[in-house]
Design a protein around this ligand. Structure first.
Ligand SMILES: C[S@@+](CC[C@H](N)C(=O)[O-])C[C@H]1O[C@@H](n2cnc3c(N)ncnc32)[C@H](O)[C@@H]1O
Length: 224
């Protein structure tokens, strides 16, 4: 049925305020990277600092349900799930999510094709935990506040944001290239400060080859 111009304007206005396009997709075409097999970040195994953290905390972390943003092929998701934790991995690249789903189940893990910044899938129940690994450094620095807002909204009060942050991915002289984009402990602390208190942080003793001394593991608690 033809729409009158006033009806069309109302429809367009409604769509514009409800549609949140993927701002990330306009910057890095992650799906193409996966389709081309151009995924140097994928090491085929969980992040060594995650294994270190899981051993160091050995069950003292009360995070029954964990979100892993930008999970890629889900190696970290499965490492956490193998500890008996329910884990949801999200990624905006369909090929990554399909690839993650092709691995045998390690526990109670699942995957979802979703943009971290698209609030339509944000569950009001939230999560008890959040595991960060090469999602923060992958997004454009101008969007880091959105990352922090998502974490503040999705981690329940009393819950945990844990992660390994790839602080200095580049050699001297090449610092502004990316992704991955560099960051600092002070910047991450400041971004998360409206919602989280940092309770621990250390340079991991183990790393993928080439990342030694360039990463930082941190544990933040969502304020009640
Ligand atoms: C550098 S890769 C790291 C993947 C995985 N963490 C790993 O280490 O193998 C960054 C990932 O974040 C995903 N990503 C980027 N922006 C995203 C967003 N806004 N929402 C969900 N996933 C996103 C990309 O598709 C990609 O899989």
């Amino acid at each position: 049925m033809p729409q009158s111009s006033s009806v069309r304007i109302v429809v367009l206005f409604y769509r514009s305020i409800n549609h949140r396009p993927s701002i990330i997709n306009q910057m890095t075409d992650w799906e193409s990277r996966y389709l081309d097999g151009d995924t140097p970040w994928d090491k085929g195994a969980p992040a060594p600092p995650l294994i270190e953290m899981l051993e160091r905390l050995a069950g003292s972390l009360d995070w029954n349900d964990v979100l892993v943003p930008g999970c890629g092929f889900g190696h970290d998701v499965r490492a956490i799930a193998s500890k008996g934790v329910r884990v949801l991995g999200i990624d905006l690249a369909e090929t990554a999510v399909d690839g993650a789903r092709n691995y045998p189940l390690a526990g109670h893990e699942s995957y979802r094709l979703a943009d971290l910044f698209d609030r339509s899938w944000w569950t009001p129940a939230g999560f008890g935990g959040w595991w960060e690994h090469t999602c923060f450094c992958a997004i454009d620095p101008s969007l880091r506040l959105h990352y922090a807002e998502a974490a503040g909204a999705l981690v329940r009060p009393g819950g945990w944001l844990c992660g390994v942050f790839f602080l200095t991915p580049h050699d001297p002289g090449d610092e502004d290239a990316g992704p991955p984009f560099r960051s600092s402990v002070a910047e991450i602390d400041d971004l998360l400060a409206p919602w989280f208190d940092r309770v621990d942080g250390w340079v991991p003793a183990v790393a993928y080859p080439g990342r030694e001394g360039r990463e930082w593991t941190a544990i933040y608690r969502r304020r009640i």
